[in-house]
Design a protein around this ligand. Structure first.
Ligand code: APR
Length: 247
């Protein structure tokens, strides 16, 4: 497999950078066998209607359908392992003085790979919370009811993920924005750069003087603005980049 063309000034930039921020999307987990959202035919939203499954209204209308869909996704994710892209980011964090990892993914694969302090913008599939109180619930009595009930207030439990039309967790969004505004290098990896407010972080970083590096096999609305666009799979680019810059 041919080596990816990594511009020398990109390598120098990363060698001298003090603060690097990385934001990932579904594409970084694609090589772990987890479908992305918007890829034609294979993407989840090509097969399922997000309005029917990933909104609070959908949950009120049919809580069992939504709960079981997320249970199916949790099974998919639980069978997956981090790939070379996830692992390379764990390595990169060791070489960069100040490293911030932001993800839109709810699969927990960064943490499984060994990344710490991951900023989860859209929640996590492995967590459950009360639909009414929004508190994370670790244990509940399994009465066979689907979805199960909150042991505190009796309302239904739901996955701790951000649904369409819902606000992002305030602290996570603040931490991600702070990193975008103070980093010297901002990576946008495996995201279609379509869903707000996450899609604005790269532009925010650019606006504050950071160099933006996009890693995605296909062009996105960010590609023409990015300082560097590496159009190849993250699982190939990231290990090569870490090797070329720090090893
Ligand atoms: N390496 C890098 N990028 C990849 C790879 C790969 N191996 N495979 C696919 N991609 C790219 C695709 O080209 C696409 O541009 O990953 C992107 C995935 O885009 P989406 O499916 O739109 O996922 P994402 O950007 O993470 O979606 C954002 O939307 O559906 C909601 O809440 C959900 O967090 C999600 C948000």
């Amino acid at each position: 497999m041919s080596m990816i063309n990594l511009p020398l000034d990109l390598i120098t930039l990363l060698r001298t950078a003090k603060h690097v921020a990385v934001m990932t999307g579904a594409g970084i987990s694609a090589e772990s066998g987890i479908p992305t959202f918007r890829e034609a035919q294979t993407g989840l939203w090509a097969r399922y209607d997000p309005q029917e499954l990933a909104t609070p209204q959908a949950f009120v209308k049919n809580p069992r359908l939504v709960w079981e869909w997320y249970a199916w996704r949790r099974e998919l994710v639980s069978a997956a392992q981090p790939n070379a892209g996830h692992l390379a980011l764990v390595e990169m964090a060791q070489y960069v003085p100040h490293f911030t990892l932001i993800t839109q993914n709810v699969d927990g694969l960064h943490q499984l790979a060994g990344s710490t302090d991951v900023i989860e913008l859209h929640g996590n599939l492995h967590r459950t919370k009360c639909f009414r109180e929004e508190t994370v619930i670790d244990e509940w009595v399994d009465t066979g009811e689907v979805p199960p009930r909150c042991p505190r207030c009796g309302d239904r439990l739901r996955p701790d993920v951000v649904w369409f039309g819902e606000a992002l967790p305030r602290a996570a969004l603040q931490a991600a924005s702070d990193a975008a505004m103070t980093c010297e290098v901002f990576f946008s990896i495996g995201t279609s750069a379509l869903v707000e407010p996450a899609a604005s972080l790269a532009r925010m970083a650019m606006h504050h003087g950071a160099k933006v590096i996009e890693i995605n096999p296909v062009a996105t609305p960010l590609t023409s603005m990015a300082t560097y666009a590496l159009q190849a799979p993250a699982g190939r680019v990231l290990p090569e980049l870490v090797r070329a810059v720090w090893l």
